[in-house]
Design a protein around this ligand. Structure first.
Ligand SMILES: C[S@@+](CC[C@H](N)C(=O)[O-])C[C@H]1O[C@@H](n2cnc3c(N)ncnc32)[C@H](O)[C@@H]1O
Length: 218
């Protein structure tokens, strides 16, 4: 998926991926995994996800998003009086402990974000075609220290039944993508089958569909 594809989605308001509710995996799983010392979460390819509001009640949030519309809408739809300023290649939208870096995530330098304790990926890896996924994972790893954990929500459906996005990423795919760092442990925490084949605002014409949750850490 190129940048024009995503800019078009935001300009035309075709946001089938956007969830109107906070993802249930956060309260069911992340809540129990949070450590007292966790202070900062990175949300790559964040869109205007409401999950960031849940996260901001617990930690500083740094989102990365291509679309200016997404960043503005995130704050405006909540009547939050954000500020915006230029920071190198990025426009930084911020309010309190929420910072949205608008620009290309692949250009975001880890030194701009101090100490990332968590990376939360929902519909980010699976938004990218297979040819971009390794570069994306390598970029995620550049933000990791030995204390950083990744919570990653993936989707599974028979890949031959739909072109994507979202692109299905199975456990073996994740293991291959993260194998560049042999010290990382990957644990599947949950599988949530969607019998109705719904994914956020869309219903897909596939024979099965499930969301899966992974914890990736040293
Ligand atoms: C499928 S959406 C998911 C958004 C969000 N994670 C959610 O759960 O609603 C993928 C998002 O990634 C953004 N995106 C795509 N490529 C990007 C890039 N190179 N840098 C930053 N954001 C990007 C798109 O604009 C889009 O908002």
């Amino acid at each position: 998926m190129d940048k024009i594809f995503w800019h078009n989605c935001w300009e035309r308001n075709t946001l089938g991926f956007h969830q109107q509710e906070i993802h249930p995996f956060l309260s069911r799983y992340l809540e129990k995994l949070l450590r007292d010392e966790d202070k900062h979460v990175l949300v790559p390819l964040c869109g205007k996800s409401l999950d960031m509001a849940w996260l901001a009640e617990r930690m500083q949030v740094s989102g990365a998003e291509l679309s200016e519309i997404a960043c503005r809408d995130f704050f405006q739809e909540k009547d939050i009086p954000y500020q915006s300023r230029r920071e190198g290649d990025f426009q930084l939208f911020s309010y309190d402990n929420l910072n949205l870096w608008q620009g290309d995530f692949f250009k975001l330098a880890p030194k701009l974000l101090s100490g990332v304790d968590w990376i939360y990926d929902r519909a980010a890896l699976i938004a990218l075609p297979e040819a971009m996924q390794q570069a994306y994972v390598d970029k995620l790893l550049s933000f990791m220290t030995e204390d950083t954990r990744i919570l990653l929500v993936s989707v599974e459906y028979p890949s031959e039944e739909m072109p994507g996005p979202p692109f299905p990423v199975f456990e073996q795919d994740l293991r291959r993508l993260f194998a560049v760092n042999k010290k990382l442990k990957i644990e599947k925490l949950a599988t949530l089958p969607h019998e109705d084949k719904r994914f956020a605002q869309r219903t897909f014409d596939v024979s099965s569909l499930a969301e899966t949750l992974y914890l990736i850490r040293y």
